[in-house]
Design a protein around this ligand. Sequence first.
Ligand code: ZN
Length: 497
Amino acid sequence: MPDRRPHRAAFLGLVALLAVVFGGPAAAAAGGDTLIGIVRSRIRTPVDFAGAPEVVWLLETPQGKFTLDFTEPPTEDLTGREVTAHGLVQDQRIAVTDYAVKPRKQLPLEGGPEPASHQTGTQNTIAILNKFADIAAEPQPSSFFSSLLFGAFPSLKTFWEENSYNAMTLGGSINGWWSLPQPQATYNAIPNFDARLNQLVADALTTAAANGMTDIPNGTRLLLFFNERFGCSCAVGTLGFENWNTPWGVRTFSVAWFPGGNLATWAWAVDVVGHEMGHNLGWWHSGNVYFTYDSNFDVVSRGCKAEGSHTIVFNKVEAGWLSGPSAFALPFGTTSTYTVFPTTRTSGLRGLTLDMGDGLRAYSIEVRLHEGHDACIPEEGVLIHCWHKDLEDWAKKPVDATPGDGTLTNALWLPGMTFSEPAYGLTVQVWRQNPNGSFDIVVFWPLPAGVGCFGVPSSVAIQVPLGTPVSMVARQFTALLPPTPTAALMPAPLPCN
Ligand SMILES: [Zn+2]
């Protein structure tokens, strides 16, 4: 796939040139249309987490939002990237025949005015309760949603406060029930599902403005609840922010859509709202070891009903909620014992991460107990994840302590158990649980024979860029070692189980 990129870029460059020469639209020159915009991703969660999610790519352009229909799905995460897409445009979709991706300038969501503090501070959470024009039911009072989102434990507010160690909280309002201008069938009738979602946002905001709402500020977490389903048995969340035309001008915010009717008992709960908000915070799923949504240990997988389940240490580190003495990134050459506290605690070391340095695998270690928003997880113990850096969705997979049994409900590592990954010379032994709930964990990831202090073979000198991680430096040195240990250390990537 990567070798096709230059061709794409050249082709689109030619189209652009033709457009200039002939003074007409590039679309006419090539028998199709050309759209330039920022790619946005939306993830649909099937009801009861049964089945596979559907990831939808949209191109956000000055002309509107267009669903991208790829003949071959992209091999990289295009979210937030500027893309020039060529193909036939119809019904707010584009059948992509060719596309070019602008080189990435910044992480994580280039092109979107992503506020720097989008995972910290008070998230302005605006909920709108929407009634289809032909359905009068108001299945729950406003107070139900107030409790769900902002109330006492277990609410979404306490959920994110606990997950973030109070680095992030929710504040905002419950609005409605307000009647949408169209009956349910109108929204169901549009063939393009994401165009329907766009219309639901537009109509909900027009209605909100008519009812006195004065703005949806940038950075808002917009949660739309409906009194019936909107054409699918699913809930939907945007991956990060999108730009939207609103009655108050263009605004940047995330959106999650929650169905009502007989799906409300599933969707209007901490686990499902937390799951979609996890996407809104920018996270893909974890799990999919045996089947989709198979990890009860991450709200951005299946999570668990009632309290929701925390998200995983990789996400907490990415958000900056764990850092410094609360999460160690262990260097290659580590051989030590660590006392790791449950992820539900507010102090102490709560996560270990180990980057294998080959661009393919990293591991994380965390402790999970039945407490707080983890009260509903299936068991207690040590959770190890393997991050497949060559995957997009489902890249972070629990390493099952009981591999091959088809379930992750007993995936945790208990005292006396040892995880080892010979390909990387990595061994993790769960030694014991302490009375305060923490676990003593032995990590053995030694330098290979023949590598001296700090991984420097005595007769070799190489230069690495300033700031290169120690583990990466060690990798580069090991590549210079005699063939036998090198071969043992640099195998093809293995599955995580
Ligand atoms: Zn999802």
